[in-house]
Design a protein around this ligand. Structure first.
Ligand SMILES: [Zn+2]
Length: 267
């Protein structure tokens, strides 16, 4: 099972960044070995990355996937990617630019005045981290508001390569075990989580499971997600919660949810 530390305090990190307003551009600025703009991404790396083109192409495909899947209009707002050769250079840069930040493996930071920024370092989880944080950046570029659980559930879902999104996420075995033990939270429980409560490791997995259900579950479930996000984008509308929508559509929601996940159990 994957334990994502990167975003457990992401909202807190956002608030911190806002408090400090624009970060210092000169402090600890490394010599960028590579820099490239491929809209919406502005790429900087302190090392030579052989797979840069394929990586940027994959992130642009991620933007198209999100737009198509969630019926979101892609934003032109730039997303700055800051990539580092190792954890040490990543931490030194963040410390010089933002001061003390909690130790996270990757970060998405958005200030009040600047573009969304994604920070990550090369390591075993590099591609997953980049897709995860870039999903946050792309979603926040298109939406001004999104519940914490759904924000993280979408990032967990889209962090996998496209061919492994439906089947292949490491969360699945743990989710199935929790289902059998009757320990998986209802959607309403996730909906009550906010910046003050944050998300636990198990909440991340549960959020992923519900997003998986919304994408690959029974007919109508995905339409409710799209409809909900459309309402979220309208400032004058109080969106009908997804749990309410799904219960109207599927009276035996928990049972349908459990059966859906069981069908995706590894064979
Ligand atoms: Zn996250």
């Amino acid at each position: 099972m994957m334990f994502r530390q990167d975003c457990h305090s992401r909202r807190w990190v956002l608030a911190l960044a806002v408090c400090f307003a624009a970060p210092s551009a000169s402090a600890g600025e490394p010599l960028w070995v590579e820099a490239e703009r491929l809209s919406p991404f502005v790429y900087r790396a302190d090392f030579h990355l052989d797979e840069r083109e394929s990586l940027l192409g994959e992130l642009r495909q991620l933007q198209r996937d999100l737009s198509e899947s969630l019926a979101l209009e892609a934003s032109d707002e730039p997303i700055e990617l800051y990539l580092f050769r190792d954890e040490k250079s990543y931490r030194e840069y963040l410390s010089a630019r933002f001061g003390d930040l909690p130790a996270r493996r990757a970060l998405y930071i958005k200030t009040t005045t600047g573009p969304g920024m994604v920070y990550a370092f090369r390591g075993p989880q590099f591609a997953i981290d980049l897709r995860h944080e870039s999903t946050h950046a792309l979603v926040h570029g298109a939406l001004t508001e999104i519940p914490l659980w759904l924000d993280e559930g979408l990032a967990e879902y889209f962090e996998m390569p496209a061919e492994q999104r439906q089947a292949g996420h490491p969360h699945l075995p743990g989710i199935l075990a929790r289902l059998r033990a009757g320990e998986l939270p209802r959607l309403e429980t996730l909906e009550r989580l906010d910046d003050t409560t944050g998300l636990s490791r198990d909440d991340y997995a549960a959020a992923w499971a519900w997003v998986h259900f919304l994408h690959h579950g029974p007919p109508g479930a995905h339409g409710e997600l799209v409809s909900y996000l459309r309402e979220v984008q309208q400032p004058s509308v109080q969106p009908v919660p997804l749990s309410t929508r799904l219960r109207r559509l599927l009276p035996q929601l928990e049972r349908t949810f459990a059966e859906h996940l069981a069908r995706h159990a590894p064979r």
